[in-house]
Design a protein around this ligand. Structure first.
Ligand code: ITT
Length: 195
């Protein structure tokens, strides 16, 4: 099955296609002729995921899905949350975001945090949402060079290392996105079997 993934983030694309497996061929907005940034200015992850999927669906008419993810840090009242991409600057500056997060948590004993992913799917014109959450904590220093974004700072519960120190398979097995994508995959398999 061919399905369009409304993302410009190459890391996400690799993670999601590894979880979905060879039965699904993912295409990108660029391959569908959409070069501009996809708007995401809603106040919630759900709103942004739907906004991205609806934008691409309106432009192409194709079945598609989008993911919006936020890092929710307890001691910061859930920030950066929906503003995770633009926490420190207007761009997607991962290094600046990580530096700001460490600074804002300096001396803070409560390092509890979670990643939350919401996937919005538009299939046959109908909308469906899937959520994935992983609980963990923010380390006091960056470790590892795998993954992307806040991965060098995030240690999932039950582990002693950051997401950036794990292989792609290890991260996908426990991550927010891995969990949400497995729900998406199950739904797509059931839909294919029914048709
Ligand atoms: P698209 O909107 O094009 O899909 P994006 O990079 O803007 O890509 P999001 O808005 O969903 O993606 O993610 C917001 C930010 O959260 C992202 O820029 C990263 O800094 C961070 N992030 C998302 N998923 C992550 C992950 O699995 N590990 C670490 N950080 C992540």
């Amino acid at each position: 099955m061919k399905i369009l993934f409304a993302t410009n983030n190459a890391h996400k694309l690799a993670e999601v296609s590894a979880v979905l497996g060879p039965q699904f061929t993912l295409t990108t907005p660029r391959e569908a002729g959409i070069a501009e940034d996809i708007p995401e200015d809603q106040p919630t992850l759900e709103g942004n995921a739907l906004q991205k999927a609806r934008y691409i669906h309106a432009r192409t008419g194709l079945d598609c899905f989008a993911d919006d993810t936020g890092l929710e840090v307890e001691a910061l009242g859930g920030a950066p949350g929906v503003r995770s991409a633009r926490y420190a600057t207007d761009g997607h500056d991962f290094a600046a975001n990580n530096r700001l997060l460490l600074r804002n948590l300096e001396g803070c004993g409560n390092r509890q945090a979670r990643f939350r992913t919401v996937i919005a799917l538009i299939l046959g014109g109908e909308e469906h949402l899937f959520e994935g959450i992983v609980e963990g904590r923010i380390d006091t220093r960056e470790a590892g060079c795998g993954g992307f974004g806040y991965d060098p700072l995030f240690i999932p519960d039950g582990f002693a290392c950051s997401f950036a120190e794990m292989s792609a398979e290890e991260k996908n097995a426990v991550s927010h996105r891995g969990r949400a994508v497995r729900k998406l995959a199950e739904f797509l398999h059931e839909t294919i079997e029914r048709s």
